[in-house]
Design a protein around this ligand. Sequence first.
Ligand SMILES: NC(=O)CC[C@H](N)C(=O)O
Length: 217
Amino acid sequence: MDSAVLVFPGSNCDRDMAVALESVTGRTPIMVWHKETDLPKVDVIAIPGGFSYGDYLRCGAMAAQSPIMPALAGAARAGMPILGVCNGFQILTESGLLPGALMRNGKLKFVCRDVKLTVTAGDSRFTAGYGRGSAIHLPVAHHDGNFVADGDTLDRLEGDDRVAFTYSDDINGSARRIAGILSENRRILGMMPHPERAVDPLHGGTHGRALFESLLG
Ligand SMILES: NC(=O)CC[C@H](N)C(=O)O
């Protein structure tokens, strides 16, 4: 399985994402600078965490206007699996590829710790390896992880089984404790917790590994 990792000025989890993908797929990911206008032929695209463009305006708002984004939208339309983690999730909502928005954490504090999650959607390209209802631990590190959407959108996400992960505790004010969501075709996942920081025992936990293994089918 071949993968690509998008890199923006201010991305800081791009290397971690590449190492995680390589350790599971056995193939070195292609790093794609945001000024490119074409994507390589790959099987999955990851948008890593970080502080793209310094998080000015809103997190992800400037990255969503990058030259690479029309190609990403085209890949999304063609059914490409796309994973956005943390700032990657923010970029996916800012570009309209996922609904809702990520606002400042409820208590206005940067939250950096391991959190307990429930895998709420079992059957997607990214969550199949966990099994619905599994309890897992992953690290979070964000100041804008407070997921908001209007009531109809939240009802639709829940009704269509598109809430991928929920926090066991309210850590950031997210509506309905949502930590990650899927696109309508279930092939785009945006999530605030960092699975790429939990793939090796040396990370202190390996609960992120099943997410990458799920991609292998
Ligand atoms: N680790 C990250 O990706 C940080 C994301 C984001 N810029 C925030 O702090 O909310």
